[in-house]
Design a protein around this ligand. Sequence first.
Ligand SMILES: Cc1ncc(C[n+]2csc(CCOP(=O)(O)OP(=O)(O)O)c2C)c(N)n1
Ligand SMILES: [Mg+2]
Length: 354
Amino acid sequence: MPKKTIASFAVSRLEILDEQGQVDERLMPDLDDDDLVRMYRLMLLTRLFDQRALHLQREGRLGTYPSVLGQEASQVGSAFALHPGDWFFPAFRELGVFLTLGYPLSEIYQYWNGDERGLLCPENLHIFPICIAVGTHIPHAVGAAMAARCRGDGIAVACYFGDGGTSKGDFHEGLNMAGVFQAPVVFIIQNNQWAISVPRRRQTAATTLAQKAIAYGIPGIQVDGNDVLAVFQATRQALERARQGEGPSLIECETYRLADHTTADDARRYRDPEEVQRWQRRDPLLRLRRLLQRRGLWNDRLQVEAEEEIRRRLDRAVAREEATPPATVEDVFRYTYAELTPRQRRQLRELKHG
Ligand SMILES: Cc1ncc(C[n+]2csc(CCOP(=O)(O)OP(=O)(O)O)c2C)c(N)n1
Ligand SMILES: [Mg+2]
């Protein structure tokens, strides 16, 4: 009765675009020149929106804000693979996904200014509200995917969360359910190496986060999260599998949070500046820009023009947000339930009439 291996597993990592902007042609996704330029413009929009948000916060014109600096490829690359019918379940650090899907800029500023009306999603977009409570949206995303499967919608659900989110029970429950019921959901981990001041190595003893998929019987892959082409390719394949009824997948985008956790944090207190510098050299925008330049699709003049155009858009979005009248007492009650409960009706009366 010898002891024998009954199963063995491997974890793969996908990289397509290197730091010099060179691609592995064998792995190059089917994207034309216009797609590549569009991806770059979206990453640039994400970076400049983010920068403006940080400035506004410092001027007292925005609430606490979580920067996405350094994570643009993970966000734009994955969102670029979504189809209009698919659903996006965000955590809270997915600005680039919102922008890629065409969410109104002023409403994003509005939300981070503490006005929940910024989350009133336009009818044509399928976006769940931002979820600040770490990982709690994961089971909801799985439920939505299961519902889509029952209805035969032929769509996929993309559920985003961070490395910290993988330590929540919700993550394990969600992946387990998704595997058992073959829910059409793609779990996208933005492993940015930190959960506030807790480093990735304190989150799990596992070598990768991608391998966590194995225990739930679903495919898992790690991608270079600063490589927009690898992120796009892995997400596109996973979404396609989901839409075809082939079940869930997990993608670990290995990236880095270059900024503080939020504007209420000071990361210099807990991390080595050399680590930050190392990751700065792996800037996801620079890589794609180098590829575009190699192919004659981008140059310094186009860069200046694109930045100016984006800055004008941001100016308009901020002006619009700042001209929005404050929410009323009624707004607090308006969006939680379809109909007010008797207690809420009483509370609303009390608030209005004292
Ligand atoms: C249930 C819960 N516990 C704690 C917090 C406080 N908190 C906010 S963000 C965060 C870390 C999240 O880390 P990660 O999932 O890696 O996402 P990242 O912030 O790096 O994008 C914590 C602990 C929270 N929002 N929700
Ligand atoms: Mg993190």
